[in-house]
Design a protein around this ligand. Structure first.
Ligand code: UDX
Length: 438
């Protein structure tokens, strides 16, 4: 099939590469030449394991093209909308202007029957509005159909999640649209991936609902972590117990400095905003608390650090290990690690950050922040070391050799990444969010 993918961020670039790997002819379109240039050469404009191999293979085989010109999407049988929907400035709601702009650019090119498939995360009701606009503005009129097919990929696992998703959701208005999507994903469906067919609204809600459930789970674990600290209990052991309950399961039970990234924070807020618009303000207050607990983790990390420095951070050397919002990603959007580092620096601390992959993005996002290219360089002369991203590399730090580098052996583990026994045995004053009393 000839397929277009509009928007080539984490979602669109991965989707385009995976569709090409499934045997389709794909053109990826983005108005940002900075993204298109590396993609044309088979390289991702961001760090994502295994994506470069897939892009390179697709581009070399001639199944995958990229362009800044939306006219190159004309003629595709299926158009996927993969543009970003960030938080609107000054509001909790999602900014869906890029979705409408992409549809408006596409509409005049739709001269024959086709399916426009939304993958972006949008407030429920957007798909119906989009269908009305496209049918009004496209030359093909009623022959333009709209479907919603949310994507659940995690950064750092985007390729694996796209090629072998837990489920495919097809929000459609007609049997023929369901069939088109089955043809697009035939390889995965034959491989056993389950399909759930829904209406448009349910499919739109599916993505944001999954994300608010994950966000709520993390905030609940962080609430338990704070109680553990107050009661001198251990959140690591507690989550092991909880995870062995089949009804609860072991995933998404890691406490710490909280969730960040381009999805969970803004999707939780956008869900609240949309629920309020729909008259469901009362129950949606639960998610305001989820957000507040999440932001509280950053504040608690800062307070704890200040306490370890005897209440005064001005001019004090602090090492922050981690800038990405999670391991295996170079994404620093709404990153708790970077937020904590920047806030401590703004209070006058002498902060040095190290991250294995996100250094360049961290420097761009916070130009005043000092970045070191290794753990030891970041910890040189530090009076406290904060571990705020769960990189495997940090798990393997040797606490004995790091003693020679720091000015004071104090560590605060904000991701339950370090082994407390090993660090204490090496002579460190060890602290961790959720682990025992201070
Ligand atoms: C998320 C969803 O998982 C994915 O399905 C959706 O498509 C996009 O949003 P992503 O943002 O890539 O994916 O990251 P995810 O792995 O979900 O982690 C989100 C945040 O939660 C990270 O900051 C992570 O460190 C944090 N987290 C995750 C925890 O604090 N504890 C956990 O147990 C799990």
């Amino acid at each position: 099939m000839l397929v277009s993918v509009i928007g080539t961020g984490y979602l669109g670039a991965t989707h385009a590469a995976c569709l090409a790997a499934c045997g389709h002819d794909v053109v990826g379109v983005d108005s940002d030449p900075g993204r298109i240039e590396p993609l044309e050469h088979g390289r991702a404009p961001f760090h994502e394991p295994h994506l470069d191999e897939l892009l390179d293979r697709g581009v070399r085989a001639g199944h995958l093209r990229f362009s800044t010109d939306v006219h190159d999407a004309a003629g595709a049988e299926v158009h996927f909308l993969c543009v970003g929907t960030p938080q609107r400035t000054g509001s909790r709601a999602a900014d869906i202007s890029a979705v409408h702009a992409a549809a408006a650019a596409l509409a005049p090119l739709l001269t024959r029957p086709c399916l426009v498939v939304g993958k972006s995360t949008v407030p429920v009701g957007t798909a119906r509005e989009l269908a009305t606009r496209l049918r009004r503005d496209a030359p093909a009129g009623e022959d333009v159909h709209v479907a919603w097919n949310p994507e659940f990929l995690r950064e750092g696992h985007a390729v694996e999640d796209s090629l072998r998703p837990d489920r495919l959701v097809f929000g459609v208005e007609a049997d023929e649209d369901d069939q088109v999507l089955r043809d697009v994903y035939v390889e995965m469906i034959n491989g056993g991936v389950p399909v759930v067919r829904t209406d448009l609204a349910t499919a739109e809600l599916a993505k944001v609902s999954a994300n608010v459930m994950l966000a709520a789970r993390i905030s609940l674990v962080n609430l338990l972590a704070e109680v553990c600290e107050a009661a001198a209990a251990d959140i690591g052991d507690l989550t092991t117990v909880l995870g062995l309950d089949e009804r609860i399961g072991p995933h998404f039970l890691s406490p710490g400095v909280g969730y960040g990234g381009g999805c969970l924070p803004k999707d939780t807020r956008a869900f609240v905003a949309r629920a309020e618009e729909l008259g469901v303000a009362g129950p949606a207050a639960l998610l305001r608390d989820v957000d507040a607990i999440n932001m509280r983790q950053r504040a608690r990390t800062i307070d704890w650090t200040v306490a370890l420095l005897d209440g005064r951070v001005q001019g004090r050397r602090i090492a922050v290990l981690g800038a990405a919002f999670k391991a295996d990603s170079d994404d620093v959007r709404d990153s708790p690690a970077l937020d904590v580092a920047a806030t401590l620096q703004a209070r006058g601390a002498d902060v040095v950050v190290h991250d294995p992959k996100a250094a360049a993005n961290a420097a761009r996002a916070k130009p005043g922040l000092r970045i070191a290219d290794g753990v030891e360089a970041a910890c040189q002369g530090a009076e406290v070391v904060l571990v705020l991203t769960d990189w495997e590399e940090f798990r393997g730090i040797d606490p004995v050799s790091l003693l020679d580098v720091v000015a004071r052996p104090q560590v605060l583990d904000g991701r339950l990444t370090l082994d407390p026994h090993k660090w204490r045995a090496a002579g460190w004053d060890f602290h961790a969010l959720g682990r025992g009393a201070r």
